[in-house]
Design a protein around this ligand. Structure first.
Ligand SMILES: Nc1ncnc2c1ncn2[C@@H]1O[C@H](COP(=O)(O)OP(=O)(O)O)[C@@H](O)[C@H]1O
Ligand SMILES: [Mg+2]
Length: 272
């Protein structure tokens, strides 16, 4: 099968999911998700708690088995070739697993060594990444003294050690204060500006609005809206019977409100 998205000579999508499903026993966490993320995009996966965001990310990143459907990263099937898929991607998950006794630099060098780099190369890569996420001054302090924002930035850096083509971030700013959130946004923009595709989950509408080229809203395991932030607002504007311009908040409320009707079988899924 070819995964070039209809462009025979173009690169394959950075991320592609077809009818992705995950059941945990009786819980239908993800119920048929279709996604296609172009190389170089920042793609936002927005949804309330329990919507199925982390489950989807874990399937896309080989961390969780897929109940049914298909997922590819950079054209590689994550089920049939998980090792090759893992080499193309970096992942920073919601529960960061940082050792508080290490320094930031030690952590990054260790990661590089785990990816097979020499000590010298791993040291050079660590220096580069510490500069990228603006942690040079804190590089040789123990992680236990880092703020929440610094830990998230170190986590971003550690997901980039092997120069992945696609970076998955699961709620990178949840629980951060507003100033730290802005710093993480800056780092995400900078990483994307260097050519890395970013797949980001968030509960924050403003974050999706500020960072994402395109986004999908997932609720109860199903994608209920997709498009650019501007398209989503324009779509709601066309049905809007109030004054003023709809915000992404309004889109989100509208989208998740319609899921109650969906339970009654009335709502159609929006396709790209
Ligand atoms: N290991 C698990 N076992 C059973 N149910 C789970 C498990 N992980 C997640 N779920 C359920 O799957 C649904 C989606 O969860 P999740 O993907 O974590 O959502 P989100 O990341 O959007 O908050 C929720 O109903 C959650 O309770
Ligand atoms: Mg989650």
């Amino acid at each position: 099968m070819n995964h070039t998205n209809g462009r025979p000579d173009g690169p394959p999508p950075a991320v592609e999911a077809r009818d992705l499903v995950k059941h945990y026993g009786d819980v239908q966490a993800v119920r048929g998700v279709d996604l296609s993320v172009a190389p170089g995009e920042v793609f936002g996966f927005l949804g309330p708690n329990g919507a199925g965001k982390s489950t989807t990310v874990r399937m896309l990143t080989t961390l969780l088995t897929i109940t049914s459907g298909h997922a590819h990263v950079c054209g590689v099937d994550v089920t049939s070739d998980p090792d090759a898929a893992r080499r193309r991607i970096g992942v920073a998950l919601q529960e960061a697993g940082l050792d508080p006794r290490q320094t930031g630099r030690e952590l990054l060098i260790l990661q590089g060594r785990l990816f097979g780099m020499s000590t010298a190369d791993a040291g050079e890569r660590a220096r580069h990444l510490l500069a990228l996420v603006e942690l040079e001054d804190a590089a040789d302090r123990r992680i236990k003294g880092y703020s929440g924002g610094m830990k998230r930035r170190l986590d971003l850096a550690s997901a980039l050690v092997h120069e992945p083509e696609v970076l998955f971030l699961d709620e990178p700013t949840t629980g951060l204060d507003p100033a730290s959130r802005l710093t993480v946004w800056e780092e995400v923009r900078r990483i994307n500006g260097r050519g890395t595709t970013v797949f980001l989950t968030t509960q924050y509408l403003e974050e999706a609005d500020q960072l994402c080229d395109r986004l999908a809203i997932i609720d109860d395991g199903v994608i209920v809206r997709r498009g650019t932030p501007a398209e989503l607002k324009a779509d709601l504007r066309a049905r809007w019977n109030r004054d003023g311009e709809p915000t992404l908040d309004d889109v989100f409320l509208d989208a998740t409100g319609r899921t109650r009707e969906r339970a009654a079988g009335e709502v159609q899924e929006v396709s790209a």
